[in-house]
Design a protein around this ligand. Structure first.
Ligand code: RIB
Length: 350
């Protein structure tokens, strides 16, 4: 399906242009296009003439999505095998079902090509609206959705798309609190295993890590910051690299729980014990975190609230129209202290 993006320098004639030329409301144009309500012959004629004069061609996106007639919503996530996204999917699906909507779940695998393909699928299916967690850090192909006034709510990752509602978590504060906790236990060589560089939540957590170190007067050592990928194996590999340093850290802040669980395995493989030899803090508080041995200290994300607010925002946009300035909601995290951290061992440079 070919799109001509408004920001690609190609003029996109919108329903608003037709309404202005015909001197009617966009709702009247929509009712003429979709035959969803009586319109007088005079107004109908004016709308059809304007559409002809402007060569306006309503597409499935404009027709299906705006009138909210398919009672389906799209949910796009980077990795539904990750319990964090699985929990979001469950809450959205439950709330959607309670309100008479079914959900089409699209798993992009953090792949931008798949992400684009799934947007085409959702448009073709004429879903009534979309909750979208981006795979990367840009929003070009979301512009098509917003330029056609598609009800769209972005969650978790801020890709700079200012025309859509946005529900985020304060990840900078979360990273700060995780690192502050380790500093308060006396750790000074604190490793950090990051998520994918293009995922804004990871970048914000690392910023919080840096702020905590600065406040404590601890020099940020780039050798202690290892790139990860939000996956178990990536966490294990990154932690193993940190443990292989000449001066290994006495603690690690790992930017999500799946990688932190991988880090626990790397620490065991190195013959070390948590928290006696090294402390670990994760992020997300997935159910597995409390089931680990030792139970993982982590930063809890308000997943239920995040998913609920996204769904409620989207349904109100679908049913009340997409008017009104986009909303931006930022939710707080909470440090959950369990058993994977202990005071820094008394040794030089720890
Ligand atoms: O665990 C997956 C991570 O990706 C979470 O921390 C969430 O914030 C998402 O961005």
């Amino acid at each position: 399906m070919h799109y001509s993006l408004a920001n690609g320098g190609v003029n996109v004639v919108t329903i608003k242009d037709v309404a202005q030329m015909a001197e009617v409301s966009t709702a009247t144009v929509s009712h003429v296009i979709n035959d969803t309500r009586f319109v007088s012959d005079e107004l109908r004629e004016r709308v059809l003439e304007a559409m002809e004069a402007l060569s306006y061609r309503p597409n499935a996106l404009a027709q299906g999505l705006r009138v909210g007639e398919t009672h389906t919503i799209g949910l796009v996530v980077p990795d539904n095998a990750n319990p964090f996204f699985a929990e979001i999917s469950r809450v959205v699906e439950d709330l959607g079902f309670e309100n008479g909507y079914s959900v089409i779940l699209c798993n992009t695998g953090d792949d931008l090509v798949r992400e684009r393909a799934y947007i085409d699928v959702l448009v073709a299916k004429q879903v009534d609206g979309i909750i979208f967690i981006a795979a990367g850090d840009h929003h070009e192909h979301l512009t098509e959705l917003t330029s056609h006034r598609v009800p769209l709510v972005l969650a978790d990752r801020d890709v700079g798309q200012s025309a859509a509602d946005l529900v985020l978590v304060n990840n900078e504060q979360g990273g700060y609190e995780a690192t502050r906790h380790l500093l308060d236990l006396g750790h000074r060589r604190i490793g950090c295993v990051t998520g994918p560089s293009e995922a804004t939540p990871s970048a914000d957590r690392v910023s919080g890590y840096g702020r905590a170190l600065r406040e404590a007067g601890v020099c940020r050592d780039e050798d202690l910051i290892e790139p990860g990928d939000f996956r178990y194996q990536g966490g294990e590999r990154a932690a193993a690299r940190l443990l292989g340093l000449q001066q290994p850290p006495s603690a690690m802040f790992v930017c999500n729980d799946l990688m932190a669980i991988g880090a626990l395995r790397a620490i065991r493989t190195a013959g070390l014990r948590v928290p006696d030899d090294i402390s670990v803090v994760g992020y997300d508080d997935i159910p597995l975190a409390s089931a680990m041995s030792p139970a993982l200290t982590t930063v809890a994300q308000p997943v239920e609230d995040l998913a609920t607010i996204c769904t409620e925002l989207l349904l109100s946009r679908i049913e009340e129209g997409v008017n009104g300035a986009p909303k931006r909601v930022v939710l707080d995290t909470k440090l959950i202290v369990r058993d994977s951290c202990a005071p820094a061992p008394v040794r030089e440079g720890s």
